[in-house]
Design a protein around this ligand. Sequence first.
Ligand SMILES: NC(=O)c1ccc[n+]([C@@H]2O[C@H](COP(=O)([O-])OP(=O)(O)OC[C@H]3O[C@@H](n4cnc5c(N)ncnc54)[C@H](O)[C@@H]3O)[C@@H](O)[C@H]2O)c1
Length: 268
Amino acid sequence: MIKIFDKFLEGKGAVITGAASGFGRDIALKYAELGANLVLNDINEEGLEETTKMVKSKFGSEVLPIKADVSIGDEVNQMRKKAFSTFDNIFVLVNNAGGGVSSFKNILARTEEDWHKILDINLKSQWLMAKAFCRKMKPQKFEPISGKVINMASIAGVRPEAQTPVYSIAKAGIIALTKILAAQLAPKMTVNSIAPGYHITGLYNNSEQALKDAMEVQGIKTPLNRLGTVEDVSKVAVFLASPLSDFITAQNIVVDGGVITVGVAAHL
Ligand SMILES: NC(=O)c1ccc[n+]([C@@H]2O[C@H](COP(=O)([O-])OP(=O)(O)OC[C@H]3O[C@@H](n4cnc5c(N)ncnc54)[C@H](O)[C@@H]3O)[C@@H](O)[C@H]2O)c1
């Protein structure tokens, strides 16, 4: 019988990209509480330092903060070198960094520059990270699973949004990348993605009102009748890093209060 509250990440390394804010920061705090040694990445140095301080002061964890742009292969490879020279294993890779959805423009109005930027930050980055880390994670000695990858997708990748077309394409790509990696890395590793809905994070300037406005413009109603929180997503990232999910791979777990599937109109 597995005790859910065991420190199941004790002695295990976890890499979390986009850890300066939002989901990444909360996942870092939860994994630290569960005993993980952390490699925390972001391009936002100030936010990264803040997360590092929070994690160290609350849990006394081992933390390696690395400022790097995950859409650039050389920076990702440097990160892998630093990670494996500091810790002797990386058990969980959370590919969470993303964004760049600020302007709402239809697909025919997008520039080539937009296309590259949004796909690089949101999709190429996750492929680069997997390429850099998984070859070293797969042969690790942990049983029955040697490592776990968790990719941050979005409901926009499941039900594409006309106003954020390139982001939707990138996130749909992540769901495909997850399945391809899962097939490649089985039976030793699990690879899954999480597709959040509408949650208060840096993506919405950490503002409840900004999130409500964005939802209103698109006519979004949430059947479970509240806004999404960072915890709604970080709890699923805990589950996917835990032994409770050892027989789950190649899945995309939608965490959206029912927005895209049930479609029942409800108040915010
Ligand atoms: N908030 C939501 O409602 C929502 C919904 C669906 C999906 N998501 C996804 O969740 C993930 C986390 O976003 P969040 O909502 O916590 O937003 P956030 O802005 O709070 O956090 C994203 C972090 O990623 C970092 N980042 C961006 N580009 C980077 C790069 N090239 N290299 C390294 N770090 C980079 C940012 O600096 C930031 O700290 C993203 O992939 C986002 O697309 C969020």
